[in-house]
Design a protein around this ligand. Structure first.
Ligand code: FAD
Length: 461
């Protein structure tokens, strides 16, 4: 209780620190407020100090001091995660990476950047050289590349290039351990997956190397349909098309589209929306597809045309941005993350929609996992209480859907690291005192006293 934070802050010198309580509180939050459940649990969790290292040496210095003083360390990039990943549950030091933001190397098919590089900056630098990120989150204007790898999973581009965890997408990570003498470890390919989506629990990522793909001239498209079933079917047809390139295909129910005021003058009213990004040379094929599926192409814009029209990127109506558009108008909305069992079955998707009730509005994303197109529903849910939320989960499950719970701050909760002890074996090696982002792993509490080898054996057995 009597820890001397001023003294600790002074020990970090010459590293930039933030000591104003209001600013520390701001840096202790992310987008967990999407979930009323998480909001109640996390809104009063704050760090004690923020440090903003500009270089690896400064980062190492902060880690060394934290280790000596037994101070919990929570990493923070842009703070755009949705599960409270970046919230310091047990107080302590928030290490913000945004000043470690250099793009280090752009080569054929890859980019290497410091963890705090802004996703939008990385994308812009790549495009200038004829490349683009294989995928990026719709929060690219705030999110960092390190935060994406440590806290994210997929994004715009995943429909063509898979999720982040798919082979070849994360090429290399470098990360510091939290020890008396922090060591920088290099994790290649497979090994890097232990740190991916581990929320900074098992290493402090300093550098990220991601796969890139040749840049294409993308057209942002908005097509509308009379029924959601037809809209979804068109989304699936686009997602599986062998003739049309695409890096986004999202379908949004008309009730949600009513919350997109900036598109009001551009879309047919009361219709269901297919949002996509398609290369210019495939536009004719896209028009044919939409027509064949009974839809109407309302809007097709190059990025320059979009800017001239002062419209947002089309991807600001996709992924978790869809939810954000509704939340801007009404904070009683929330969402869930639902896997669709058979993405080809538009009828079944409509059937679960009908079974759910008026407080659940559907929104689907298509992505590629291990070479196959999958669909997931990120519905808008009009929140009443947690009991109703869990009932909605059950309805989805009764229809064969899977739930990756968006309303938990445990790393095991959402699915990716479910019962995966390999990343905890690395935690034992990288963070022997358990100071990194404490409180976010249930399984860690159960194995933290074991040597790394035994934790690894649990993963195999
Ligand atoms: P932060 O929120 O700062 O951090 C995320 C996690 O990584 C935290 O646990 C943090 O401790 C850890 N971390 C950060 N930096 C490091 C580091 N250097 N070393 C170790 N650990 C670190 N996510 C997607 O995957 N796809 C999407 O399409 C997507 N769309 C979104 C849309 C909206 C509107 C919102 C609000 C969120 C969305 N997200 C999405 C979630 C989130 O924006 C992304 O995952 C984003 O890339 C996170 O980056 P960040 O810099 O904000 O990370």
């Amino acid at each position: 209780p009597s820890f001397d934070w001023a003294n600790f802050a002074a020990s970090l010198s010459p590293v930039e620190v933030i000591e104003e309580p209001v600013l520390i509180k701001k840096r202790s939050r992310d987008f967990f407020w999407y979930s009323p459940v998480l909001n109640a649990q996390l809104k009063k969790c704050f760090g004690d100090l923020v440090a903003v290292p500009h270089t690896k040496d400064e980062m190492r210095h902060c880690l060394q001091r934290a280790y000596e003083a037994d101070v919990p360390v929570t990493l923070r990039g842009g703070g755009t995660g949705n599960y409270g990943q970046a919230v310091p549950l047990q107080g302590g030091l928030i290490l913000e990476t945004t000043k470690m933001n250099r793009i280090l190397e752009i080569g054929d098919g890859y980019v290497r950047a410091e963890a705090g590089a802004l996703m939008a900056d990385v994308n812009a630098a790549l495009i200038a050289q004829g490349w683009e990120m294989a995928m990026f989150p719709s929060t690219q204007d705030i999110a960092t590349i390190g935060g994406f790898v440590a806290g994210g999973s997929a994004g715009i581009g995943s429909i063509a290039n898979g999720a982040l965890r798919e082979k070849g997408n994360i090429m290399q990570l470098k990360a510091f351990s939290l020890e008396a003498e922090p060591q920088e470890h290099v994790f290649d390919a497979e090994d890097a997956l232990q740190l991916h989506h581990a929320w900074g629990l098992n290493g402090v990522i300093t550098e990220v190397t991601l796969r890139t793909v040749p840049h294409r001239h993308w057209i942002g498209c908005m097509a509308t349909f009379d029924s959601y079933e037809a809209c979804y079917a068109a989304g699936y047809a686009l997602a599986t098309s062998t003739q049309i390139g695409r890096k986004l295909a999202s379908t949004v129910e008309a009730r949600i589209v009513a919350y997109f005021p900036r598109l009001k003058d551009h879309l047919r009213e009361g219709k269901h929306l297919l949002v996509s990004l398609v290369p210019a040379e495939d536009m004719e094929a896209l028009r044919a597809l939409i027509k064949a599926q009974g839809g109407h192409l309302d809007l097709a814009m190059s990025d320059a045309e979009r800017q001239a029209a002062k419209l947002p990127h089309v991807f600001e109506f996709a992924y978790n941005h869809t939810t954000l558009q509704v939340l801007k108008a009404d904070r009683s909305a929330t969402y869930q993350q639902i896997g669709v069992p058979d993405p080809a079955d538009a009828r079944a998707v409509a059937a679960v929609g009908a079974a759910l009730g008026n407080d659940v509005w559907q929104h689907h994303e298509f992505a590629r996992v291990d070479g196959k197109i999958v669909a997931f529903d990120l519905p808008i849910i009009w929140f009443t209480d947690e009991a109703r939320l869990r009932e909605i989960d059950k309805t989805y499950e009764a229809h064969g859907h899977s739930v990756a719970d968006a309303h938990t701050y445990f790393v095991e909760g959402g699915g990716l690291k479910n019962a995966d002890y390999r990343h905890l074996a690395w935690k034992k090696r990288m963070d022997p005192k358990g100071l990194l982002n404490p409180g976010k792993s249930r399984a860690w509490e159960e194995v933290k006293h074991l040597p790394a080898e035994e934790i690894e054996a649990k993963a195999k057995g």
